[in-house]
Design a protein around this ligand. Sequence first.
Ligand code: ADQ
Length: 463
Amino acid sequence: MTRLVVISNRVAVPKARGVTGAQGGLAGALNAALKDRGGLWFGWSGQESEDRTGNMNLQRNEGVTTATIDLSTRDVDEYYNGYANSTLWPLFHYRIDLTEYENETGKGYERVNDRFADSVMPLIEDDDLVWVHDYHLIPLGERLRQRGATNRIGFFLHIPWPPTRLLTSLPFHKRLVMTMLDYDLIGFQTEEWLASFVHYCENELGAKVDRSTGQITHEGRTTIARAYPIGIDWDHFQAQGDTGEARQAQQRLLSSTRHRTAMIGVDRLDYSKGLPERIDGIGRFFDQHPERTRDLVFIQIAPPSREDVDSYQNIRSLLEQKTGQINGARSEVDIVPIRYVNRGHSHAELFGFFRAAKIGLVTPLRDGMNLVAKEYVAAQDPEDPGVLILTEFAGAAHQLGAEGKGAVLVNPHSRDALARAIHNALDMPLEERKQRYEAMIGTVRDENVHAWTMRFCTDLADD
Ligand code: ADQ
C-alpha cells in the first residue's frame, strides 16, 4: 500500500501509546489511516515565536511520523487569525458582513502556504499519497506542484463552499480557485457544497464539467470533485460511553435536573453555530409557554475558540447578555432555565450528557457537516431515545433529516420555528422518538470516519 502524507494546519501529535484509542474523531481516523499505510502528518506546531526558527520537530510512533514547524507572530496574525479565520472562515459560512478583505493578510496566507510546501517537500517520497486538509491550505497543492511533486494529491474541505455570488466578493477569487485544479481529487462534505463549487468553475472559470465522473477541466488541468460526508469515530465514541466517567456525567446531569427535561447544545463558541439565535428561540418558547419553565432546562456547553479574532470576543459577550436576560426574567429560587458552561468536556462526559438530555439542539446558521449532531444520536438509549433538533443549514441535515424522518429540521434564523420545534420535541411520544432514532442510527454508525477515510484514500489512489 502506498504511504500516506497528511497535511493540515494543526497536527494532533500522537501519545506514546494508544494513539487512536486516546483521541477519536478526525485525529484518530487520520492516525489510523496513517498507521495502516505507514505515513507522515505535517503541520503547524501551534507555537509562535518572534521570528520563525526554521526548525522542524519530528516524532515517530508506531509507524506514524509527525512533523511540525513553528510560525512567526506575523505569520499567525496574517495567515491564521487573518486570512484563514477573518476572511475565508466567515465568507465560506456566508457571513460577508464579518469578512475582512485585506490584501496584506492574503499575502501572509500565500507566504505560509509556500513555507509549508518548502518544509514538507523534502519529506515527500515519489509514490506517497498526499492528502491536504481544509481552508487554511487551499493553494498548497499548487505550491507542491511548483516544487516538482508528481504525486497523487487530494484536498478535503471541512467547511461549506459558498455560492458563487458570495465568493466573487473575494479579491483574487479566481487565483485561489485556480490553485485547486492542481489537486487530483477534491472532497466536499455534501452534494450542495460540491454543486456550488462546480457552478463556480463553470460560470467564473469557464471550465468543462463532466457531472457523471466529477471531472473538471480547465486550461489543460483536470481535477475530480466529489462529496465525501465525514462521520464520527463510532467505535471510539461507544467505548467512551462505556466508561465510569460517562455514567457519572449522565448521573450528574440527571440528578441536577430532576423532573425537568434537559435539552443540550454543545458547540465551539463560534458565530457560525447560531448561539444567540438559539437563545432567542428558547426565549420565544418560554414567552409562548411560561408554564413550562418548570419542565425544561437548557444546558449550553461552549468553550471559547479563536479568542484573538475580534468577532469571537463579541459573540461571547452577546451570549452572556442574552442568557442573563432570560435567566433574570424566568428564574425562581429553585429554577434557572439556562445553564451556560464556558468550557470543554471530554468525549466520555459529552456522551453521558447527551444520553441524559432528551433533546439535542444543534442549530448552526451554516456548518460543513456538524459532528455533534451525529454524536448526540450515537449516545442515545435505543429504548428511550431523545429528539435531535437540527438546523436545515448543516451538512448533517442531508443525512439525518431526509424526508421528514430522523431529526426535526428547523430554520435556525426563525425564533418561532425554534420555539415550535422545542415544543414538538418536548411532547413527542416514545413511539415517534424511536422511529426517528431508527431512521438515523444506521447512517451514524456505518458512514463513520473510518469509512470516510477509506473512501477518500481509495479514490485518490485509484482515479
Ligand atoms: P467544528 O466546527 O469544530 O468542525 P463539529 O463537527 O460540530 O464542528 O465538532 C467537532 C468536534 O468537536 C466534535 O467531536 C465535538 O464533540 C467536539 N466539540 C464541540 N464542542 C465541544 C465542547 N463544547 N466540548 C468538547 N468538545 C466539543 C469542522 C466543521 C464541521 C465539520 C468538522 C469535521 O466546521 O462542519 O463537521 O470540521 O469535518
